[in-house]
Design a protein around this ligand. Sequence first.
Ligand SMILES: NC(=O)c1ccc[n+]([C@@H]2O[C@H](COP(=O)([O-])OP(=O)(O)OC[C@H]3O[C@@H](n4cnc5c(N)ncnc54)[C@H](O)[C@@H]3O)[C@@H](O)[C@H]2O)c1
Length: 319
Amino acid sequence: MRRPGRSVTVTDSNVDSLYADRLDASLRRAGFDSVRYVFPAGEKSKNAGTLISLLNFMAESKLTRTDTVFALGGGVTGDLAGLAAALYMRGIGLVQVPSTLLAAVDSSVGGKTAVDLETGKNLAGAFYQPDLVICDTETLKTLPDTEFSNGCAEVIKYAFIRDAELLGLLDRNAGIDEIIYRCVSIKRDIVISDERDTGERQLLNFGHTFGHAIEKYSNYLIPHGSAVAIGMTVMTAAAVKQGLCNKDCLDALTKILHEYNLPVRTEYTANNLFDAVLSDKKRKQETITLVVPRRLGFCELIKVTLGEAREFLQLGLKG
Ligand SMILES: NC(=O)c1ccc[n+]([C@@H]2O[C@H](COP(=O)([O-])OP(=O)(O)OC[C@H]3O[C@@H](n4cnc5c(N)ncnc54)[C@H](O)[C@@H]3O)[C@@H](O)[C@H]2O)c1
């Protein structure tokens, strides 16, 4: 961890009034000279315009290479502030302070940062590891139920790719600390083995290829966690129809998603969504790697042609 210097607390308009004063007071006590950048809450702010505005603010605030960005908030804040930290003077300190379940279990660890472009989600980004992640689970107490559910979608993803027992923990509503610990441990192990997302790390994208397309097509009205829930269901339904996985797996998935008030269907068609699927970062020219469930707790990466990917999408959307 770097020594205290200047810092910028980056946060959104909701989290600002809840926790930013407390964080800044704590930073001042620790010797930081802290400034604050607040942007309007929501995925629509995760764009190049906000990124440039934040970078300008950092420059005007005279941050230097030895200073630190504190990303206080959910995944939108973490991705945006993380990318700004990676770009500003070719990289300054970064501390992630997640305040949503989704950010705690997923986006605050692993070092992926990005903003969305007009053509697709997370298309401009960098791998940039935080120096530190500070997760205070007390902040989750103010999280609206819908946002807690969105975070559960990523927990359910971990259960399906690696750790079926997590479903039991969610069912029993075990302590949230243990759930976060197990998810972060899975992510740590996967990221250590494949930081740059060329192999095993792609498993973490279960439900995301179709999920990102749904998010984008809805003009970001469908939040990330909900879109991933639909994306996982579509992929699993397609896998069942292709004989790649047992129907029990689909039943377990839809049951747990229902319990957490997460959607499992969309009215969008393959025609609506396939353009956005083509922007997926797992695409390599004429092929794309899909994350396909084989049984509860185990997914496989399967490289398919774009035609086959479209067929998966069509089959899965039929339910
Ligand atoms: N970098 C990664 O590895 C990675 C992984 C998964 C998701 N993501 C990204 O994360 C984003 C989604 O993250 P998210 O679901 O946290 O969205 P978000 O950051 O928009 O937060 C959701 C909502 O909760 C509010 N909020 C945050 N903390 C709160 C609190 N403690 N109390 C009350 N309200 C609070 C926010 O203001 C916002 O309205 C997407 O952009 C997605 O692409 C990134």
